[in-house]
Write a protein that binds this ligand. Structure first.
Ligand code: G1P
Length: 306
């Protein structure tokens, strides 16, 4: 631990975060065997890997530097955001400009950076690898499993709010009680005003009867630089992992403000097989090239199920 690391400001106000961190080191066991060789973050949602939606979301919000925290067996992620000269040449020869621009898009979205988490020791541990990348700046964390539909606004509001408060801002959804044990659960400190709620504290994956509210943390965070010191002071959670939720609680106990932006738009948890399938079907129906034919077929198919 360097003295520089310890002296980061707990909060930072006035400036919108400019960097994004995407933890993508998880083993993807919920999706095995598809994820035995292919990282779960690269599973296609129609014809684009899930992770490209996330990087595109960051880029749309001006987060021009993106750090992906990878792990062993995940080097295909770096290849995806790199040029693919052979495929590009083949498309050029065919004159397929549209596919060419689609395949190049991943290399043009943002400046990509990578580091590897040495062991799968939890989301908090993964985020701690971002310290040298973000330094004394606030930064966004986007989880590779959560796709937020680009027509619905969440991250922009979170970044604006965080620039005002300088503290922590998390994305929230309302969930039915029995599902809260899949998420971080927050205790509100006040009323919901214009989709924003102040948070008193938060806990990771409570039993339904221990939930602090029906508001659950989703995979979008904007964090101040003080999170790294908080992570160093956080004990391992019930799963034996370093939880980001626990480190946020520690920082909140230091007096750093925590707010949530409640999201009610379209969100797809692509780490869950059911939700992944829903995302593929829905986005296929809305796809500019495939949508018309596919939704026609789907309507017919559904009639055969009745
Ligand atoms: C992580 C976080 C949890 C959060 C969830 C959102 O859990 O630890 O607090 O609610 O992401 O998707 P995971 O799904 O990685 O177990």
């Amino acid at each position: 631990m360097s003295s520089d690391a310890q002296s980061r400001p707990a909060t930072s106000t006035g400036r919108r975060a400019r960097k994004a961190v995407i933890p993508a080191a998880g083993l993807g066991t919920r999706f095995a065997p598809a994820t035995k060789v292919v990282p779960k973050e690269l599973l296609p949602v129609v014809d684009v890997p899930a992770l490209e939606y996330i990087v595109a979301e960051a880029a749309r919000e001006g987060l021009a530097d993106v750090l992906i925290i990878t792990g062993r067996g995940k080097s295909a992620i770096e290849d995806h955001f790199d040029a693919a000269p052979e495929i590009e040449e083949a498309l050029e020869r065919k004159g397929d400009k549209q596919r060419l621009s689609r395949i190049r898009r991943s290399t043009e979205l943002a400046r990509m950076h990578y580091t590897r988490q040495r062991e799968a020791r939890g989301l908090g541990d993964a985020v701690s690898y971002a310290e040298a990348f973000t330094g004394d700046e606030s930064f966004a964390v986007l989880l590779g499993d959560d796709i937020i539909d680009e027509r619905d606004v969440l991250l922009a509001r979170m970044l604006d709010l965080q620039a005002e408060t300088g503290g922590i801002v998390v994305g929230l959804i309302e969930v039915e009680g029995r599902f809260i044990s899949l998420y971080g659960s927050i205790k509100p400190a006040g009323e919901l005003v214009d989709g924003v709620i102040e948070i008193e504290t938060l806990i990771e994956k409570p039993k339904p009867e221990e939930a602090l509210s029906n508001l659950a943390v989703i995979g979008r965070y904007v964090l101040p630089p003080g999170i790294f010191d908080a992570l160093r002071r956080t004990e391992l959670g019930a799963r034996g992992e370093l939880e980001l939720t626990d480190a946020m609680r520690v920082l909140g106990q230091d007096g750093v403000p925590i707010h949530g932006v409640v999201f009610s738009g379209r969100r797809y948890d692509t780490g869950d097989r059911q939700d992944y399938l829903r995302a593929v079907v829905r986005l296929a129906c809305e796809h500019p090239e495939l949508g018309a034919d596919f939704s026609g077929w789907l309507a017919e198919f559904v009639r055969t199920l009745e």
